[in-house]
Design a protein around this ligand. Structure first.
Ligand SMILES: *Cc1c(COP(=O)(O)O)cnc(C)c1O
Length: 350
């Protein structure tokens, strides 16, 4: 089966037949196999550490990412904010790429919960320059000291763009020289691994802690995992509880997550091929797309009157996200097959 012809994995829940939902890769619904695994999951109270399915998931992720331990949480925002809390103390700065999800889309929580503020570094195509990261480190008694460096791979707002391994290692070298922890917002790190042609472990290697979303391209209905050292995760456990992230019999969710981890990564390349085709079709139809930024499963197009355009497409069954007055985002995922993509392209060309 080539990437081009890989069929979509069918959900058990009927999806309106003419609807093609490209708003996000979070919109997938569980497959029959996932529903079955969820129904049959052996569960226990995870706040007591007694849910065997959650424990298996955490161990599986720790091994896949080459970390000592992992902790299951309801969302990627929670894994990121717990990581920020466990690495920093109040009044510090977090160095992150401009447009980072931890600041742009997590509602000021780094300030509200951890009492820290972001210091942005420029990131063309989502890739910060290690020298600029070094220059952003604050040490003087007149400034708020740096507590953490955080990277995002793939970088959502920049278009699902990929930070190469050598850049991540160069930034780890900066972190080591400065004695700082390095976190990865790896909500879509599996897409980065697929694009780079490397393992999840290789993407995770330069980082002290890593957030991975099971509910994005990997296709689980709910859940994210924070991986890192055992010592760090003891603190993470406390912050998760503070945020209300102790989920009791969460094995029903972890069961779906295990299937997402087993089957998800191998499917991502097909999403990337389809995203490319969608981007090229948009360009042919006269829309403005930076093709250099189309590296994984996300496509941003600059379209004046974005909201009107998106509403018009929605009437024809094609859903996309208007994220700004002139910005539209399309995201490919495993429940969009070639036939659905072709229908979407017909709407876009019209
Ligand atoms: C989706 C996403 C998250 C987490 O989002 P939740 O909706 O809280 O699960 C974090 N970082 C990035 C880059 C994301 O795209």
């Amino acid at each position: 089966m080539t990437a081009q012809s890989a069929p979509a994995v069918q959900p058990v829940q009927p999806v309106p037949s003419n609807r093609i939902d490209l708003r996000s890769d979070t919109v997938t619904v569980p497959t029959p196999e996932m529903r079955l695994a969820m129904a049959e999951a052996v569960v226990g109270d995870d706040v007591y550490g007694e849910d065997p399915t959650v424990n298996t998931l955490q161990q599986t992720v720790a091994e896949l990412l080459g970390k000592e331990a992992a902790l299951f949480m309801p969302s990627g925002s929670m894994t990121n904010q717990v990581a920020i809390a466990m690495h920093t103390s109040r009044g510090q700065e977090v160095i992150c790429a401009e447009g980072s999800h931890i600041y742009e889309w997590e509602l000021g929580m780094m300030a509200a919960f951890s009492g820290v503020v972001p210091r942005f570094v420029p990131a063309p195509l989502g890739i910060p320059d290690p020298q600029q990261v070094r220059r952003a480190v604050r040490r003087s008694i007149h400034q708020s000291p740096t507590g953490l460096i955080s990277l995002e791979n793939t970088h959502n707002k920049m278009g699902g763009t990929v930070i190469p391994l050598d850049v991540m290692h160069a930034i780890r070298a900066v972190a080591d020289e400065e004695g700082l922890p390095l976190h990865l917002d790896g909500a879509r790190m599996a897409n980065a691994a697929a694009a780079l042609g490397v393992s999840l472990k290789e993407v995770a290697a330069p980082f002290h802690s890593v957030s991975l979303c099971l509910s994005k391209g990997l296709g689980a209905p709910v859940g994210s995992v924070l991986a890192g050292s055992k010592a760090d995760l003891v603190r993470a456990h406390r912050y998760r509880k503070m945020l209300g992230g102790g989920m009791r019999q969460a094995g029903v969710l972890a069961a779906a997550g295990l299937l997402a981890l087993r089957d998800g990564p191998a499917r991502l390349k097909a999403d990337h091929v389809r995203a490319r085709r969608l981007a090229e079709t948009l360009v042919e139809a006269g829309y403005d797309v930076n093709l250099d930024a189309v590296q994984t499963n996300i496509v941003y197009a600059t379209i004046p009157g974005a909201q009107q355009k998106v509403s018009a497409w929605a009437e024809q069954g094609l859903l996309a996200s208007a994220l700004d007055v002139d910005s539209v985002r399309f995201v490919l995922h495993y429940q969009i097959d070639d036939e659905m993509l072709e229908r979407a392209l017909r709407v876009l060309r019209a």
